[in-house]
Every structure is written in C-alpha cells, then in structure tokens.
Design a binder for this molecule. Sequence first.
Ligand code: ASP
Length: 253
Amino acid sequence: MPIRPKLALVGTGGTIAATTQSNTGLTDYDITQGVHTLLQAVPGINELADLECHQVFNVDSRAMGSLMLLELSHKLNELLARPDINGAVVTHGTDTLEESAFFLHLTLKTDKPVVMVAAMRPASALSADGPLNLYQAVQVACSSLAQDQGVLVLLNDQIHSARFLSKQHTTLTSAFGSPDAGPLGLVAGGQPRFMMRSLLPHTHSSLFDVRSCTACLKFRSFTITPIRWRNCIATQHKAVCKALWWRQPATAA
Ligand code: ASP
C-alpha cells in the first residue's frame, strides 16, 4: 500500500449525507449532500489518501432496490479492477447497510480494502458522527491490515465484517454490532487496530460472481427474476442475501 493511497470514495446517500432545519433536529432530514461536500467537514482527510469521488446514488437506503445493489457492485468491481485504485470507501444509509454490505462482501472480486461507512446523526447535527466515521473509514481503507478482509463497515470507532453486521438500535450512535462474532477491530489512539480476521469465504473466494449480470441474478438453481428482484423491498434484502448464502454449501459463499 503506498504511503498516500488512491481510494475511490463512492457515495450512495443516507443520514451521513443528510441535513435538517436545526442542528438539534436529528430525525426530520433530507439527503442533500454529495460526497464532495461531506469531505469539507473532515479536516485532514485529504492528507490520508487521494480520494476520487463517485456519486452513484444519493438516496435514503430504504430506497436501495436490488437493481441498485447490482449497479453498485458493478461500479465497485470496475473501480477496484483499476491498478491505480488501492481500495474503496462507500457511504451508505444505516437502514439497509447490513444487507448491502453483505451483498458486496459476496460479489466484489477484489482483495483490496473496501470499507462502508454511515452515520446515525445527520451531517447538520450538533456532534454529527459522520465526519469522524468517514475519517476513520479512510484510515481503515489505507491500512494494509484491511487487505483481503472482504467488506468492512466502520461506525462508532468499530470495524465490523459485513458477514456479521447487524443494526440493533434505531437512534444510538452505537446502533451496530456483530452479534455472532464481535467487531474485527477498532480505531483507537488514532489508528486502526485489528483483533480478528473473518475466515469465511468472501469477495474473490466467494462463488457468487455478478459481473456479467444485468437484470437477473442466477446462483445455481436459485434464480431471481427481474420482477421479483425489483419488487424486493429493502427489508427483504437480508432475507434474499441470506437465502443466497444458505443455498450454497458451507464453504461456497
Ligand atoms: N433512513 C436512513 C437511511 O438508511 C437512516 C440512516 O442512514 O441512518 O438512509
């Protein structure tokens, strides 16, 4: 990893990109900020990495349809295949973060660091958590220890594997956990520190390859037609992803 790596910063929306009328209002927000704007609230972030911004969507993550997930996977596969890109950071809403993260964990064909990041408080809030989360996500993506770990998720100083991530609270900045495993690490003393690695297959060692998929995903005997795919509402994503996982032998996903 170069001293100042080049990372793709991919924006999809979420509370991290949202603003409210007052800085004590935490819920009635609109998604107004692109990734370029988010960077302005994070002093020193451009010293960590050369960040190439890509705004793929700017939506509440409840609107993340399955075709959008596929598009996000395509975009990241394309960016991560570039020799000049050392890793990626993806901003996302928290409501379907675990589903999108798990989908990308199984479908990105890379061993480069990929870190998803979100916030529980809007960008306009007093003590917004987004700027520090974004700074730490970039720090993690710059770490050689994040190499070949699949998709990682950074919130509240903790580094989670997408495989185990779960949103467990509606409002707390500590809303996310990894109930079956615990976080893989944390950012402490200004540095990412890993305590564990996930040994289960992911990214380049996952059997799932959606790079040539357009509207229809077919994994062995399990086919999702475009209509069913489109009709999947956000809360069903996890079930779909888990179904895809469980349809495979234990070593396959
Ligand atoms: N509704 C928001 C979203 O998922 C919640 C958040 O980002 O915290 O986009």
